[in-house]
Design a protein around this ligand. Structure first.
Ligand code: BDR
Ligand code: CA
Length: 315
Protein backbone atom coordinates (compact mmCIF):
# COMPACT_ATOMS: atom_id res chain seq x y z
CA UNK A 1 0.00 0.00 0.00
CA UNK A 2 1.38 3.42 -0.95
CA UNK A 3 0.84 6.09 1.70
CA UNK A 4 0.62 9.52 0.13
CA UNK A 5 0.01 13.12 1.11
CA UNK A 6 -1.20 15.24 -1.78
CA UNK A 7 -0.74 18.99 -1.53
CA UNK A 8 -2.73 20.71 -4.26
CA UNK A 9 -4.40 23.92 -5.41
CA UNK A 10 -7.39 22.01 -6.66
CA UNK A 11 -8.02 23.22 -10.15
CA UNK A 12 -9.10 21.13 -13.12
CA UNK A 13 -5.97 19.02 -13.56
CA UNK A 14 -5.43 18.71 -9.80
CA UNK A 15 -8.97 17.35 -9.50
CA UNK A 16 -8.30 14.67 -12.13
CA UNK A 17 -5.03 13.80 -10.39
CA UNK A 18 -6.95 13.43 -7.12
CA UNK A 19 -9.65 11.28 -8.73
CA UNK A 20 -6.95 8.98 -10.13
CA UNK A 21 -5.29 8.60 -6.71
CA UNK A 22 -8.66 8.19 -4.99
CA UNK A 23 -9.51 5.31 -7.33
CA UNK A 24 -6.22 3.43 -6.87
CA UNK A 25 -6.92 0.60 -4.48
CA UNK A 26 -3.23 0.31 -3.61
CA UNK A 27 -3.05 3.95 -2.47
CA UNK A 28 -3.99 5.31 0.91
CA UNK A 29 -4.31 9.09 0.80
CA UNK A 30 -3.27 10.06 4.33
CA UNK A 31 -4.14 13.72 3.78
CA UNK A 32 -5.00 16.26 1.17
CA UNK A 33 -3.46 19.62 2.03
CA UNK A 34 -4.93 22.55 0.18
CA UNK A 35 -2.95 25.52 -1.07
CA UNK A 36 -3.76 28.66 -3.01
CA UNK A 37 -2.88 28.90 -6.69
CA UNK A 38 -5.55 27.97 -9.18
CA UNK A 39 -7.98 29.30 -6.54
CA UNK A 40 -7.84 30.17 -2.84
CA UNK A 41 -6.76 27.49 -0.34
CA UNK A 42 -10.32 27.50 1.09
CA UNK A 43 -11.77 26.85 -2.37
CA UNK A 44 -9.10 24.24 -3.09
CA UNK A 45 -10.13 22.39 0.10
CA UNK A 46 -13.82 22.49 -0.90
CA UNK A 47 -12.98 21.24 -4.38
CA UNK A 48 -10.90 18.41 -2.91
CA UNK A 49 -13.77 17.39 -0.62
CA UNK A 50 -16.06 17.27 -3.66
CA UNK A 51 -13.62 14.92 -5.40
CA UNK A 52 -13.57 12.59 -2.36
CA UNK A 53 -17.37 12.48 -2.52
CA UNK A 54 -17.40 11.96 -6.28
CA UNK A 55 -14.95 9.07 -6.01
CA UNK A 56 -17.07 7.34 -3.32
CA UNK A 57 -13.98 6.24 -1.40
CA UNK A 58 -14.54 3.81 1.44
CA UNK A 59 -12.12 5.34 3.95
CA UNK A 60 -11.82 8.75 5.61
CA UNK A 61 -9.46 11.21 3.94
CA UNK A 62 -8.83 14.34 5.98
CA UNK A 63 -8.50 17.64 4.12
CA UNK A 64 -6.45 20.45 5.65
CA UNK A 65 -6.42 24.10 4.63
CA UNK A 66 -3.04 25.67 4.03
CA UNK A 67 -1.70 29.17 3.79
CA UNK A 68 -3.52 31.80 1.75
CA UNK A 69 -0.27 33.81 1.64
CA UNK A 70 2.88 33.18 -0.33
CA UNK A 71 6.08 32.27 1.45
CA UNK A 72 7.82 34.82 -0.78
CA UNK A 73 5.70 37.72 0.50
CA UNK A 74 4.33 38.40 -2.98
CA UNK A 75 0.60 38.84 -3.54
CA UNK A 76 -1.12 35.53 -4.37
CA UNK A 77 -2.95 35.43 -7.69
CA UNK A 78 -5.52 32.87 -8.84
CA UNK A 79 -5.55 31.24 -12.28
CA UNK A 80 -9.25 31.86 -12.95
CA UNK A 81 -8.57 32.27 -16.67
CA UNK A 82 -7.30 28.66 -16.74
CA UNK A 83 -9.55 26.91 -14.22
CA UNK A 84 -12.69 29.10 -13.99
CA UNK A 85 -13.84 31.12 -10.99
CA UNK A 86 -14.39 28.07 -8.74
CA UNK A 87 -11.20 26.28 -9.83
CA UNK A 88 -13.00 23.31 -11.35
CA UNK A 89 -14.08 24.84 -14.63
CA UNK A 90 -17.21 26.36 -13.04
CA UNK A 91 -18.76 22.90 -12.90
CA UNK A 92 -21.30 22.84 -10.05
CA UNK A 93 -20.95 19.75 -7.88
CA UNK A 94 -22.89 19.17 -4.64
CA UNK A 95 -21.17 20.50 -1.50
CA UNK A 96 -19.58 17.71 0.49
CA UNK A 97 -20.93 16.91 3.96
CA UNK A 98 -17.36 16.42 5.12
CA UNK A 99 -15.69 19.50 6.59
CA UNK A 100 -12.01 20.49 6.36
CA UNK A 101 -10.03 19.66 9.51
CA UNK A 102 -9.11 22.42 11.96
CA UNK A 103 -5.41 21.47 12.09
CA UNK A 104 -3.31 23.60 9.72
CA UNK A 105 -1.92 21.98 6.58
CA UNK A 106 1.76 22.46 7.49
CA UNK A 107 1.22 20.99 10.98
CA UNK A 108 -0.65 18.02 9.50
CA UNK A 109 2.19 17.37 7.02
CA UNK A 110 4.73 17.33 9.86
CA UNK A 111 2.61 15.14 12.14
CA UNK A 112 1.70 12.56 9.52
CA UNK A 113 5.30 12.21 8.30
CA UNK A 114 6.47 11.67 11.91
CA UNK A 115 3.72 9.11 12.52
CA UNK A 116 4.76 7.20 9.38
CA UNK A 117 8.55 7.47 9.21
CA UNK A 118 10.07 6.72 5.75
CA UNK A 119 6.67 5.69 4.39
CA UNK A 120 5.11 8.87 3.04
CA UNK A 121 5.24 9.81 -0.61
CA UNK A 122 4.69 13.55 -0.63
CA UNK A 123 3.19 14.85 -3.87
CA UNK A 124 2.86 18.57 -4.50
CA UNK A 125 0.68 19.75 -7.38
CA UNK A 126 0.72 23.47 -6.67
CA UNK A 127 2.92 26.08 -5.04
CA UNK A 128 5.31 24.65 -2.44
CA UNK A 129 4.06 27.16 0.14
CA UNK A 130 2.69 24.70 2.71
CA UNK A 131 5.80 22.56 2.55
CA UNK A 132 8.10 25.56 2.96
CA UNK A 133 6.19 26.61 6.08
CA UNK A 134 6.37 23.03 7.35
CA UNK A 135 10.16 23.05 6.85
CA UNK A 136 10.43 26.24 8.88
CA UNK A 137 8.81 24.38 11.78
CA UNK A 138 10.53 21.00 11.39
CA UNK A 139 13.52 20.06 9.21
CA UNK A 140 13.39 16.39 10.30
CA UNK A 141 10.62 15.75 7.78
CA UNK A 142 13.27 15.84 5.02
CA UNK A 143 14.85 12.55 6.10
CA UNK A 144 11.59 10.99 7.30
CA UNK A 145 9.85 11.37 3.92
CA UNK A 146 10.17 8.44 1.49
CA UNK A 147 10.18 10.74 -1.54
CA UNK A 148 8.88 14.04 -2.76
CA UNK A 149 7.39 14.24 -6.25
CA UNK A 150 6.40 17.69 -7.42
CA UNK A 151 4.68 19.06 -10.50
CA UNK A 152 6.48 22.22 -11.37
CA UNK A 153 9.10 24.00 -13.39
CA UNK A 154 10.69 23.34 -16.73
CA UNK A 155 14.26 22.47 -17.60
CA UNK A 156 14.43 22.49 -21.41
CA UNK A 157 10.86 23.19 -22.59
CA UNK A 158 9.24 26.63 -22.81
CA UNK A 159 7.77 28.04 -19.62
CA UNK A 160 4.07 28.77 -19.16
CA UNK A 161 4.14 31.96 -17.09
CA UNK A 162 7.51 33.25 -18.29
CA UNK A 163 10.04 32.20 -20.90
CA UNK A 164 11.76 29.91 -18.38
CA UNK A 165 9.22 29.65 -15.59
CA UNK A 166 6.21 27.54 -14.70
CA UNK A 167 3.21 28.58 -12.58
CA UNK A 168 3.76 26.39 -9.51
CA UNK A 169 7.38 27.41 -9.04
CA UNK A 170 7.09 31.06 -10.07
CA UNK A 171 3.87 31.39 -8.01
CA UNK A 172 6.00 31.12 -4.85
CA UNK A 173 9.65 30.99 -5.89
CA UNK A 174 11.12 31.36 -2.41
CA UNK A 175 9.05 28.42 -1.18
CA UNK A 176 10.31 26.30 -4.08
CA UNK A 177 13.92 27.33 -3.41
CA UNK A 178 13.50 26.36 0.24
CA UNK A 179 12.07 22.94 -0.65
CA UNK A 180 14.48 22.12 -3.49
CA UNK A 181 17.52 22.91 -1.37
CA UNK A 182 16.22 21.13 1.76
CA UNK A 183 17.60 17.71 0.74
CA UNK A 184 14.44 15.66 0.12
CA UNK A 185 14.69 12.58 -2.10
CA UNK A 186 12.96 14.65 -4.75
CA UNK A 187 11.66 14.20 -8.29
CA UNK A 188 10.55 16.94 -10.62
CA UNK A 189 7.70 16.40 -13.08
CA UNK A 190 7.69 19.55 -15.15
CA UNK A 191 6.61 21.03 -18.45
CA UNK A 192 9.31 19.04 -20.28
CA UNK A 193 6.96 16.06 -20.09
CA UNK A 194 3.57 17.39 -18.95
CA UNK A 195 3.13 19.87 -21.80
CA UNK A 196 3.72 17.11 -24.37
CA UNK A 197 1.49 14.51 -22.69
CA UNK A 198 -2.01 15.11 -24.02
CA UNK A 199 -5.57 14.28 -23.13
CA UNK A 200 -7.86 14.80 -26.11
CA UNK A 201 -11.44 14.40 -27.29
CA UNK A 202 -10.86 10.75 -28.24
CA UNK A 203 -9.83 9.95 -24.65
CA UNK A 204 -12.91 11.73 -23.32
CA UNK A 205 -15.20 9.83 -25.69
CA UNK A 206 -13.58 6.57 -24.63
CA UNK A 207 -14.08 7.51 -20.98
CA UNK A 208 -17.76 8.35 -21.53
CA UNK A 209 -18.40 5.11 -23.37
CA UNK A 210 -16.45 2.80 -21.05
CA UNK A 211 -16.66 4.26 -17.53
CA UNK A 212 -17.67 1.71 -14.89
CA UNK A 213 -21.19 2.28 -13.56
CA UNK A 214 -19.77 3.64 -10.25
CA UNK A 215 -17.59 6.12 -12.21
CA UNK A 216 -20.21 7.56 -14.57
CA UNK A 217 -20.44 10.75 -12.51
CA UNK A 218 -16.65 11.10 -12.63
CA UNK A 219 -16.70 10.73 -16.42
CA UNK A 220 -19.44 13.34 -16.65
CA UNK A 221 -17.52 15.75 -14.37
CA UNK A 222 -14.28 15.37 -16.36
CA UNK A 223 -16.14 15.98 -19.63
CA UNK A 224 -17.76 19.13 -18.23
CA UNK A 225 -14.56 20.52 -16.69
CA UNK A 226 -12.68 19.93 -19.94
CA UNK A 227 -14.87 22.46 -21.76
CA UNK A 228 -13.07 25.27 -19.89
CA UNK A 229 -9.65 23.57 -19.98
CA UNK A 230 -9.76 22.82 -23.72
CA UNK A 231 -10.93 26.40 -24.33
CA UNK A 232 -8.03 27.86 -22.33
CA UNK A 233 -5.45 25.62 -23.99
CA UNK A 234 -6.78 26.51 -27.40
CA UNK A 235 -6.35 30.20 -26.64
CA UNK A 236 -2.98 29.84 -24.90
CA UNK A 237 -1.29 27.19 -27.06
CA UNK A 238 -3.51 26.67 -30.11
CA UNK A 239 -4.29 23.13 -28.96
CA UNK A 240 -7.44 21.76 -30.57
CA UNK A 241 -9.81 19.73 -28.36
CA UNK A 242 -6.83 18.78 -26.31
CA UNK A 243 -4.90 19.72 -23.14
CA UNK A 244 -1.60 19.00 -21.43
CA UNK A 245 -1.56 16.51 -18.55
CA UNK A 246 0.24 18.31 -15.72
CA UNK A 247 -0.81 17.18 -12.25
CA UNK A 248 -2.13 13.69 -13.10
CA UNK A 249 1.27 12.88 -14.63
CA UNK A 250 3.02 13.76 -11.37
CA UNK A 251 0.75 11.38 -9.45
CA UNK A 252 1.20 8.67 -12.08
CA UNK A 253 5.00 8.96 -11.97
CA UNK A 254 5.02 9.07 -8.17
CA UNK A 255 3.29 5.68 -8.18
CA UNK A 256 4.75 4.25 -11.40
CA UNK A 257 8.30 5.64 -11.63
CA UNK A 258 9.11 3.41 -14.63
CA UNK A 259 6.99 5.76 -16.78
CA UNK A 260 9.78 8.36 -16.74
CA UNK A 261 13.51 8.64 -17.46
CA UNK A 262 15.25 10.49 -14.67
CA UNK A 263 18.33 12.71 -14.86
CA UNK A 264 19.82 13.82 -11.55
CA UNK A 265 21.10 17.38 -11.23
CA UNK A 266 21.72 19.81 -8.38
CA UNK A 267 18.94 22.39 -8.61
CA UNK A 268 18.09 25.80 -7.25
CA UNK A 269 15.32 28.28 -7.98
CA UNK A 270 15.95 31.84 -9.14
CA UNK A 271 14.32 34.18 -6.61
CA UNK A 272 15.73 37.50 -7.85
CA UNK A 273 13.35 39.69 -9.87
CA UNK A 274 13.82 39.70 -13.64
CA UNK A 275 13.30 37.58 -16.73
CA UNK A 276 14.37 34.36 -15.04
CA UNK A 277 12.36 34.78 -11.81
CA UNK A 278 10.97 31.39 -10.77
CA UNK A 279 13.22 29.39 -13.09
CA UNK A 280 14.61 26.06 -11.88
CA UNK A 281 18.34 26.24 -12.52
CA UNK A 282 19.71 22.71 -13.01
CA UNK A 283 23.51 22.65 -13.03
CA UNK A 284 25.06 20.21 -15.55
CA UNK A 285 28.64 21.34 -15.04
CA UNK A 286 31.27 18.94 -13.65
CA UNK A 287 32.13 21.56 -11.03
CA UNK A 288 28.50 22.30 -10.24
CA UNK A 289 27.15 24.58 -7.54
CA UNK A 290 26.51 23.14 -4.13
CA UNK A 291 22.85 22.04 -3.92
CA UNK A 292 21.07 18.72 -3.36
CA UNK A 293 20.39 16.52 -6.38
CA UNK A 294 16.89 16.48 -7.77
CA UNK A 295 15.60 13.74 -10.10
CA UNK A 296 14.41 15.50 -13.25
CA UNK A 297 11.85 13.54 -15.27
CA UNK A 298 12.85 14.76 -18.72
CA UNK A 299 11.27 11.98 -20.80
CA UNK A 300 8.23 9.83 -20.27
CA UNK A 301 6.00 7.29 -21.93
CA UNK A 302 3.07 9.66 -22.50
CA UNK A 303 0.82 7.13 -24.21
CA UNK A 304 1.19 4.57 -21.42
CA UNK A 305 0.62 7.27 -18.82
CA UNK A 306 -2.61 8.57 -20.36
CA UNK A 307 -3.89 5.04 -20.88
CA UNK A 308 -3.28 4.26 -17.22
CA UNK A 309 -5.01 7.49 -16.24
CA UNK A 310 -8.15 6.85 -18.25
CA UNK A 311 -8.38 3.12 -17.65
CA UNK A 312 -8.59 3.49 -13.85
CA UNK A 313 -12.19 4.72 -14.36
CA UNK A 314 -13.14 2.17 -17.05
CA UNK A 315 -14.31 -1.41 -17.36
C1 BDR B 1 0.41 23.82 -13.03
O1 BDR B 1 -0.26 25.07 -12.85
C2 BDR B 1 -1.62 24.85 -12.50
O2 BDR B 1 -2.47 25.65 -13.25
C3 BDR B 1 -1.89 23.40 -12.76
O3 BDR B 1 -2.83 22.90 -11.82
C4 BDR B 1 -0.55 22.73 -12.65
O4 BDR B 1 -0.31 22.31 -11.34
C5 BDR B 1 0.90 23.76 -14.46
O5 BDR B 1 1.80 24.79 -14.72
CA1 CA C 1 -2.05 22.32 -9.64
Amino acid sequence: MYKVIIDCDTGIDDSIALLYALKREDVQIMAITAGFGNCSAQQSAQNSLKMIELAKVKYHIPVYIGSEKTYSGTKPTYATNVHGTNGIGDVELPLSKQQPETEKADDAIIRIIHENPHEIILITLGRMTNLAYALDKDKEIVNLTKKLVFMGGTILAAGNVGAFSEANIAGDALAAQKVLTAGFNSYQVGLDITQSTHLDRTHLNYLSANAKEENKEIASYINQAMVQYFHFNHQASEMIECCPVHDPLAVLIALEPQLADVTYRPCQVETAPGLTYGMIVADSRVNHFDAPLCGLCLKCDSEAAVNKLISIFCN
